[in-house]
Write a protein that binds this ligand. Structure first.
Ligand code: PMP
Length: 428
């Protein structure tokens, strides 16, 4: 079945190339394949299934909604009302009345498109600042904003008006500086360019970034970088868009990752885990002051998924009731203490992450160059031992973990043990 399906599917498919399995059933943190093998799932539908597969309460509420009606375009509905209420209630208090929500549809990339369109309309400007190593989706605009060159479709490579600046990838400093001599030169460069009328760049319509670059290799931005970026964009009235498609909905231990940086963005992009069951929904949440676009400025047929709304509101209730954010913080500390020691191995460059979003970056121990082949070997070997995970980063040199947020302490211990064993034996 696996081979037949793959033969009929596009060459552009991704995950099954390195995870050769056909999924039969999945529950919580576990997936069972067609041969009856059970795997710990540290991919969770690319970070979508934040409360695990088939969470009974989410499925229950979605099934109830299924019996009522499923698609509501952008008409007001009770499920949508509950969803909006739940989402806005998760914002920091100061933002709750200041922000509005727009339903995009149905993917993260479409919400990124909407965010850019909103900021261009509101400012009347056209250029956008994005960051090296960032990922913002597979639409033409998403690809144009993506700084991960290997992921770019050729069609978007030459899109004008997007300016890439260095991100705080301190382990491989884009300015070639040693970590201990760093004084945030990357953000200083951006500040100088934005302030300098003769830099050649007109004032941009927006700056967009991920708080933790996900596809780029699980790279958390430094505090100083983000705070200075917020200060300069405020000073020059440039809207700051935080792409929380991957980091949002509790993934890093706060509902949105920007909360850990003490900043207030102008636009938040969210999608992936919003419904908790993989039913697509994507939104931008933005400052009312930007709401200057015309009615119908960003449409799309699939913006009224009632199953996603019903499940998404319920997911927020469960996150609160079960103290999921605190759990994520605890599990994050557990993962850090179990995996950080791997940095002692010469082929491990860095172990980094936040909450339930972690990466292990590999390097050639002799040259220090990105070790994509080692990351690939780990992904293959741990699959044989019953663990699903993804790779990413430049040249695929980072093994990435995105387990469900409610993965138990025992299961975290199990998957970390598999990783420690496998990574330790790589060159042993
Ligand atoms: N932004 C970020 C930060 C992402 O990680 C992704 C998906 N990996 C996207 C945007 C695009 O989302 P989608 O695949 O739903 O279009």
């Amino acid at each position: 079945m696996l081979a037949r399906q793959q033969d009929r599917e596009s060459n552009a498919r991704t995950y099954p190339r390195h995870l050769p399995m056909a999924i039969d059933e999945a529950h919580g943190s576990f997936v069972r394949d067609m041969d009856g093998n059970v795997f710990i799932d540290c991919l969770a539908g690319a970070g979508v299934l934040s409360l695990g597969h088939n969470h009974p309460e989410l499925i229950g509420i979605a099934a109830e909604q299924l019996g009522r009606f499923t698609h509501g375009l952008d008409f007001p509905t009770p499920a949508k009302e509950a969803f909006i209420e739940a989402q806005l209630s998760m914002l920091p208090a100061a933002l709750q009345d200041r922000m509005k929500i727009h339903f995009c549809g149905p993917t993260g990339a479409n919400a990124v498109d909407a965010a850019i369109k909103l900021c261009k309309t509101a400012t009347g400007r056209s250029d956008v600042v994005s960051f090296q190593g960032g990922f913002h989706g597979s639409s033409a605009m998403g690809m144009a904003l993506t700084g991960l060159v290997q992921q770019k479709a050729p069609v978007a490579n030459g899109m004008p008006g997007v300016h890439f600046f260095p991100y705080t990838y301190c382990s491989r400093c884009p300015l070639g500086l040693a970590r201990d001599t760093c004084s945030s030169n990357c953000v200083a460069y951006l500040e100088n360019t934005l302030r300098d009328d003769l830099s050649g760049m007109t004032r941009p319509a927006a700056v967009i970034l991920e708080m933790v670059q996900g596809e780029g290799g699980v790279i958390p931005a430094t505090l100083e970088f983000v705070q200075r970026l917020r200060a300069i964009t405020r000073e020059l009235a440039i809207p700051l868009i935080v792409d929380e498609v991957q980091t949002g909905c509790g993934r890093t231990g706060t509902w949105f990752a920007f909360e850990q940086y003490g900043i207030e963005p102008d636009v938040i992009v969210a999608s992936k885990a919003l419904s908790g069951i993989g039913t697509p929904v994507a939104v931008i949440i933005y400052d009312r002051a930007l709401d200057k676009w015309a009615p119908g400025a960003h449409t799309g047929t699939f913006r009224g998924n009632q199953l996603a709304f019903a499940a998404g509101a319920e997911a927020v209730r469960i996150v609160r009731r079960d103290g999921i954010l605190e759990q994520v913080q605890q599990r994050g500390r557990q993962i850090e203490s179990l995996l950080k020691p791997l940095e002692a191995l010469p082929w491990v460059r860095e172990v980094r992450g936040r909450g339930m979003m972690w990466g292990i970056e590999f390097q050639d121990p002799d040259t220090g160059k990105p070790g994509g082949d080692l990351a690939q070997q780990v992904q293959d070997e741990v699959l044989r031992k019953g663990l699903i995970l993804e790779t990413g980063g430049r040249g695929g040199c980072v093994v990435r973990l995105l387990p469900p947020l409610n993965t138990t302490e025992d299961v975290v211990e199990q998957f970390c043990r598999i990783l420690v064993e496998t990574v330790g034996a790589l060159r042993g």
